[in-house]
Design a binder for this molecule. Structure first.
Ligand code: FPP
Length: 249
């Protein structure tokens, strides 16, 4: 966890002048457990450090002019982890969301993507309040994918369309890519342009399956708690070097 100075961040932002930025970046915050293990700390210490990285990268993304950033915070599969780790993550979220003045002052709009009804009533209420209180913020749209799974999201959208077909409000032929997209948690948001995954793992892990149809992938070795604005700039420059053809030539 190396905190860069404001001056270092300003210099990094200058490096992005003229660089084509993603409208929507997705980040898989991987490597917290290994980071903690290397320091003989409990895994939750890794997640805590990872939450700090999330804050610094979100602020940097805002200052760089990125419109949307989605952080993979807790997956539909993460419930399989030991109860103590799950609880540690939920406590962390609770602490984060209870400091609401922080993100309001930072001009970041926060939204949650996922099946929130599985969370505790307190956490659900905090998520709702956070979305509500940050609604007017315009600096950055930050999504926290929470109890999120790409497959689950697609099933959820399919069910909502099936209900409309069943009630007669919709004909099966009316269903197209655009209508389907409008039933996803990311309705109204741009597709994901780049997925950044630190920690050396090279897989999507059920993250933004639909939205990443034409995303570029940037895999890096740094563990998420060690990930700095400098790594983020490296990833953004790597993205800018890619030639995106979206199936055309
Ligand atoms: C994967 O690393 C990371 C997670 C399952 C959780 C990510 C969550 C955070 C960083 C906390 C975010 C908190 C707030 C308040 C928004 P891993 O634990 O699987 O790492 P490993 O692969 O090294 O074991």
């Amino acid at each position: 966890m190396a905190n860069l100075s404001e001056e270092e961040c300003r210099a990094l932002l200058r490096q992005l002048d003229g660089v084509v930025l993603p409208r929507h970046a997705g980040i898989i915050m991987d490597g917290n457990g290994r980071w903690a293990q290397q320091r003989m700390l409990p895994r939750k210490a890794g997640h805590r450090a990872g939450a700090e990285t999330l804050g610094s990268i979100a602020r940097f993304a805002r200052d760089a002019g990125i419109e949307y950033i989605t952080f993979y915070t807790f997956s539909t599969e993460n419930w399989k982890r030991p109860q103590s780790e799950v609880q540690g993550l939920m406590d962390l979220l609770h602490n984060y969301l209870s400091q609401s003045n922080k993100y309001i002052g930072e001009n970041i709009r926060i939204r949650f993507l996922g099946a929130l009804s599985a969370l505790s009533p307190e956490l659900q209420e905090e998520c709702r309040r956070t979305e509500e209180e940050s609604r007017g913020n315009t600096g950055l749209n930050m999504n926290l994918a929470l109890n999120y799974g790409g497959q689950d999201e697609i099933v959820h959208a399919a069910r909502s369309l099936a209900r409309d077909v069943q009630s007669g409000a919709l004909a099966p032929e009316d269903i197209d890519v655009s209508l389907f997209s409008s039933r996803l948690y990311t309705a109204g948001m741009p597709e994901c342009d780049v997925i950044i995954r630190p920690s050396g793992e090279m897989r999507l892990s059920n993250f933004l399956l639909w939205q990443a149809a034409y995303a570029e992938f940037v895999f890096m070795d740094t563990l998420w708690p060690d990930f700095t604005e400098r790594d983020f700039v490296r990833a953004l420059k790597e993205y800018a070097r890619r030639s995106r053809r979206f199936g055309g030539r």
